[in-house]
Design a binder for this molecule. Structure first.
Ligand SMILES: Nc1ncnc2c1ncn2[C@@H]1O[C@H](COP(=O)(O)OP(=O)(O)OP(=O)(O)O)[C@@H](O)[C@H]1O
Ligand SMILES: [Mg+2]
Length: 335
């Protein structure tokens, strides 16, 4: 895996530490952060590496299909069950089973899964015979399971069982230091497709890439390098070869995780704001006022106090901004 900044080094350390045991590992992180790569690494670094590595995408199958996929079924268990079938848990015996998108399994299946986690045994669908398996469970989620537990969408007991050894994969926007190495890696990987030398990013291109928020994380970066590799007339990766929204010339599409964390932040902010405003009838003005003041400060600071630029970034009139700066007394606060 590429990227050796402090954030990823912690991930690699954890991976090496947990690999030798048989304990359940839960991989957390936004889409495209490398959860599947880590799941495979855990298997490869474990004493089970010669055994099977079985991946099941829990989000891709309906409830009943997933149940028979995981646990198998016997002939006649349901319509279309013409033959006995072994499930993925049995197939993973002696190895590792990777339960991807564990957040999408139904409440009913969660109960059955809990039992496998606790006792390592289950029955095939339609059968009474109990089967024991020896497999290591690695699960992944790109949703916040804590929040799902609070909303009664995920069983608390299963969550605790899964969450024995959590590994959190940081989003790419929090590890901009890894971007140059990732670009180099993907440029090398895709160059042979076009029979060219690997693209080399200009400093401006790196700056663009490091400023962007990466809702799709490493997968998104990989796609842009593949695209640039096809389009580039010379071996230079310039900003023009990157999509317009990376150059600030089109709106950025936020990922689900970012949207929901913004929503969560707003809710918390409003609750905190409301609980600190005691005077009857002033809540609206005070809460909105604080948010507005913070917004103005942040934008003014990012333009070193230049009001014309800040007003244009905010899309408000320069005189309006000037008046707000005076009303809130912000002159002294902008460095
Ligand atoms: N650190 C890394 N170094 C090299 N390639 C990476 C790295 N992280 C992710 N990738 C690549 O990015 C793509 C997405 O990674 P992966 O499938 O592991 O993400 P994921 O976390 O499982 O995402 P999702 O939640 O969408 O399934 C893959 O092609 C993978 O090879
Ligand atoms: Mg994945």
């Amino acid at each position: 895996m590429i990227g050796h900044g402090p954030a990823m080094r912690e991930v690699y350390d954890m991976t090496r530490q947990v690999a030798p045991s048989s304990a359940t590992v839960l991989l957390l992180g936004e889409t495209g952060t490398g959860k599947e790569l880590i799941a495979k690494a855990i298997h490869q670094l474990s004493p089970r590496s010669t055994g099977p590595f079985i991946r099941v995408n829990c989000g891709a199958l309906s409830d009943s299909l997933l149940e028979s996929e995981l646990f198998g079924h016997v002939k006649g268990a349901f319509t279309n069950a013409y033959e006995n079938r072994t499930g993925r848990f049995e197939a993973a015996h002696g190895g590792t089973i990777f339960l991807d998108e564990i957040n999408s399994i139904s409440y009913t299946l969660q109960v059955k899964l809990l039992r496998v986690l606790q006792e390592h045994e289950f029955e095939r669908v339609g059968d009474t015979k109990t089967i024991s398996v020896d497999c290591r469970i690695v699960a992944a989620t790109n949703r916040d399971l804590n929040e799902m537990v609070e909303r009664n969408q995920f069983r608390e007991d299963l969550f605790y069982r899964l969450n024995v050894l959590p590994i959190y994969l940081p989003p790419l926007r929090d590890r901009a230091e890894d971007i140059p190495a990732l670009v180099e890696h993907f440029a090398k990987r895709y160059a042979p497709d076009m029979k060219r030398t690997p693209l080399e990013p200009t400093p401006e291109a790196i700056e663009c890439l490091q400023r962007y928020l990466w809702p799709g994380n490493v997968r998104e970066l990989e796609n842009y390098i593949e695209r640039a590799n096809v389009l580039a007339p010379t071996p230079q990766l310039t900003p023009e070869l990157l999509p317009a929204h990376l150059r600030g010339q089109a709106p950025v599409r936020l990922g689900r995780a970012q949207r929901s964390s913004i929503d969560a932040l707003c809710t918390e902010l409003v609750n905190l704001g409301l609980s600190t405003v005691q005077e009857e009838g002033q809540a609206y003005e005070q809460v909105i006022g604080r948010v507005e003041k913070e917004l103005l400060l942040q934008v003014l600071r990012s333009y070193q106090g230049t009001q014309t630029k800040a007003a244009s970034r905010l899309g408000i009139n320069r005189n309006t901004l000037h008046k707000k700066v005076e009303d809130y007394g912000l002159q002294g606060e902008v460095r």
